[in-house]
Design a protein around this ligand. Structure first.
Ligand code: DC
Length: 219
């Protein structure tokens, strides 16, 4: 039986670090579904497509091939770089993420990748929509200020020039867009374990989830 771990939560909740560390500790695959929304966001932005042009979006998605090989995404055969990581692309990702055809397109690929795998999948709707029968479901959160602080430090360390207030504003806007959309909104699955990471070290959280996985997946 596969062991699929769904980790959902808002931007900056620590889910990426936790999911990556956990996957490494378990020797499982790791899938970042946010990166896939960022890929679509950047792709459509570069084509000057507006989020209201549903017909054009559907047409463009037919020309977009996203592959996942050895932990690396490829778009129409080209390796995806860090350019999808900017706050601006995050906003586009979040905007296009509210469009049903975009979600159907990516959900299908995400299900194919996770099918019968031992995998840690992180996102917003993994436990609710993508893999509702995941063996372990976690909903990770933290205060908006703490999340902005983390995102700010992360980008600063990467050499990206950003202001704290801009990051906080982006987080507030994205929380609103992600939780208020009609389709697959950011929400905790009823059977997900809620973890607030505001005052917890990410290592502690990884160990806590690791314990749950060992028990549920009988590893
Ligand atoms: O995890 P992230 O910040 O890189 O995600 C970027 C955006 O993609 C996020 O604001 C909402 C969207 N997203 C989504 O709607 N569903 C997912 N499973 C993952 C991300």
């Amino acid at each position: 039986m596969p062991c699929r771990i769904a980790i959902d939560g808002p931007a900056g909740s620590g889910k990426t670090t936790v999911a990556k560390l956990l996957a490494k500790k378990l020797g499982f695959y790791y899938l970042d579904t946010g990166a896939m929304y960022r890929i679509v966001g950047l792709y459509l932005k570069n084509k000057n497509i507006n989020e209201n042009s549903i017909k054009e979006i559907s047409e463009e998605l037919k020309n977009l091939k996203i592959e996942f090989k050895k932990g690396q995404f490829y778009v129409n055969g080209k390796k995806v770089s860090d350019e999808i990581r900017t706050p601006e692309v995050g906003i586009y990702a979040s905007k296009f993420a509210s469009i049903p055809v975009v979600r159907e397109f990516l959900t299908k690929i995400q299900r194919e990748i996770s099918l019968n795998e031992n995998i840690v999948v992180e996102g917003r709707d993994i436990g609710t929509v993508v893999i509702p029968d995941a063996e372990v479901k976690i909903f990770l959160t933290a205060s908006q200020e703490e999340r902005a602080k983390r995102r700010y430090n992360e980008l600063k360390n990467k050499g990206v020039q950003v202001g704290y207030q801009d990051i906080l504003n982006e987080i507030i806007l994205r929380d609103k867009q992600d939780s208020e959309r009609d389709i697959a909104p950011l929400t905790k699955a009823e059977d997900a374990i809620l973890i607030d990471s505001t005052n917890l070290s990410l290592e502690k959280i990884v160990n806590q989830i690791y314990g749950v996985v060992k028990e549920k997946c009988r590893l």
